[in-house]
Design a binder for this molecule. Structure first.
Ligand code: BG6
Length: 494
């Protein structure tokens, strides 16, 4: 429970993220009793809105997107009175001075001890200016804490990320900055740590002696929707790999931290990012990285346009909507183990899965027999299905004595009564409690950009290796060849 209370400022309160994720998350926290009555939310955006109109928007967003339904009008009234709206021109400090007065009145009304959480659901170009105006408007002069929560993308490359970071750091200290990677808020991503460090039968095998390869797949059925303007500049490399995919990889590959303290965990994660093998030139990049773009195709009988025909996308764009790569973590534990990652838009299913493929038995009594021994697998299903699946070999019942892979399957999302919190609930709650474990620290962001920049640089000015794939397919064949070269294949995802 957030016992001490806080004011939450949602910059970009009329935007998509606020509507789909942030308001529903705040309501769920409230319904679960994690927010007591001493909190307030101020929605900020340029458009004029009255408090009542704003509250109606919040209600509509909860009705549509929240995992809890509002039950009675009295309950709604009790919750809604914590919400106020202020139209704000973020380029002028005057509005921030007015915000201070509004804040102090809400702090008195709801008995909040000066704790302030600024959530910037805005374009990153605006982060620096808003931070400065928060300071200059006196918003950071408070007896309680002030924290800044920001969304990705954190820069476009290492250089722009450094610049952005400097701007933020001229106002906030690193421990006041909470950089969101919403994948870190997902239940099954957080479960990777527990699976590894709380089970006797994984960690002793978690190394290059026993693991043949690791596969991380994030497939999406959607195209770029209405985000063509942003996506065409970013592509899969910046949109998914720099953050979500590398973050999941660090959770799989990191050493056990000495304590479960946020800084100790983040120290271990950054070591993984620094151990990533950097691809030094265009040849290395094209040997290890496949990029693709969807062309027109079909999904479940529906015709889909190609990427270049999408709204706000350059009709001759070379932006990748698919990426697969062979990545190495060059340290003692992982030397020689390929980590295969792949992500793409307009693939046949929406799923995120991690597959850990174990090595075959070094020499076993079944070798040379008529039985083909399949490797053991540990599969972590991140979304939309959540669960863990272990594949072992057992005897086929009957006299023949064959060998059959057996599944030991735990499906968390299938269990009745489990209503898994949304990533944003967990992350907003953690930021308000001051727990930064599942946020990315600056050195992680920088190391991830350093890795990604090499690939982006190799791709610049050439599209020779850009492979087209039909929308609704599993992406370019070159992604399969990447594994075949090493004697492996992608395990099918569910
Ligand atoms: C976002 C990307 O960070 O993650 C989107 O910008 C992507 O392009 C989304 O669709 C996927 O998140 P989730 O939680 O729906 O798997």
């Amino acid at each position: 429970v957030l016992s001490e209370g806080a004011v939450f400022y949602i910059f970009g309160a009329t935007g998509d993220l606020a509507r789909r994720k942030l308001f529903p998350a705040i309501y769920s926290l409230y319904r679960e009793g994690k927010l007591t009555e001493n909190f307030a939310v101020i929605g900020l955006a340029r458009r004029p809105r009255t408090n009542d109109e704003f509250r109606a928007d919040v209600r509509a967003s909860i009705d549509e997107f929240c995992r809890y339904q509002v039950q009675a009008d009295e309950d709604w009234g009790q919750f809604a009175k914590h919400f106020e709206y202020k139209p704000l021109d973020i380029n002028h400090v005057d509005g921030f001075r007015e915000l201070k007065i509004q804040t102090e009145s809400l702090e008195r009304e709801f008995n909040i001890p000066g704790n302030r959480l600024f959530y910037l659901a805005l374009a990153p170009e605006l982060f620096g200016g808003v931070s400065r105006n928060l300071r200059d408007g006196g918003m950071l002069e408070t007896e309680g804490w002030s924290r800044l929560v920001i969304e990705k993308p954190f820069g476009y490359d290492l250089k722009s990320a450094e610049k952005l970071n400097e701007e933020l750091r001229s106002v906030f200290k690193e421990d006041q900055i909470y950089r969101i990677d919403h994948y870190l808020g997902k239940e099954m991503v957080q479960n990777i740590e527990v699976l590894r460090f709380a089970n006797a039968f994984f960690e002793p095998l978690w190394n290059n002696k026993h693991i043949a390869n690791v596969q991380i797949s994030m497939s999406e059925t959607v195209g770029v929707e209405e985000r063509g303007g942003y996506y065409d500049q970013a592509g899969a490399l910046r949109d998914m790999v720099q953050n979500h995919m590398l973050q999941m990889l660090t959770m799989i590959a990191m050493e056990p931290p000495s304590r479960l303290h946020p800084e100790d965990i983040r120290d271990e994660k950054v070591k993984v990012l620094r151990s990533l093998r950097q691809y030094m030139n265009a040849d290395e990049v094209s040997n290890h990285v496949v990029r693709g773009q969807y062309a027109a195709g079909q999904h479940r009988g529906k015709d889909l346009p190609g990427y270049r025909e999408e709204e706000k996308v350059n009709p001759v764009s070379d932006t990748e909507t698919y990426l697969a790569a062979r990545v190495f973590v060059d340290n003692f534990r992982w030397a020689g183990v390929p980590f295969y990652i792949r992500t793409g838009k307009r693939l046949p299913v929406k799923t995120t899965e991690v597959v850990v493929e174990f090595k075959s038995m070094p020499s076993n009594v079944y070798l040379g027999s008529k039985h083909k021994l399949e490797p053991n697998l540990l599969v972590i299903r991140v979304n939309p299905m959540e669960g863990i699946y272990v594949r072992i070999n057992g005897k086929t019942p009957g006299a023949e004595g064959g060998i059959t892979p057996l599944a030991m399957d735990f499906c968390q999302s299938c269990m009745i009564g489990i209503n898994t919190p949304e990533a944003y609930e967990r992350l907003i709650f953690d930021a308000a409690r001051g727990d930064s474990t599942y946020f990315t620290r600056w050195d992680e962001v920088a190391a991830a950009w350093a890795f990604v920049d090499r690939i982006a640089e190799a791709w610049q000015g050439t599209n020779d290796d850009l492979q087209m794939y039909p929308a609704g397919s599993w992406g370019p064949e070159a992604a399969d060849q990447l594994l075949q070269q090493d004697g492996f294949h992608w395990w099918p995802v569910n």
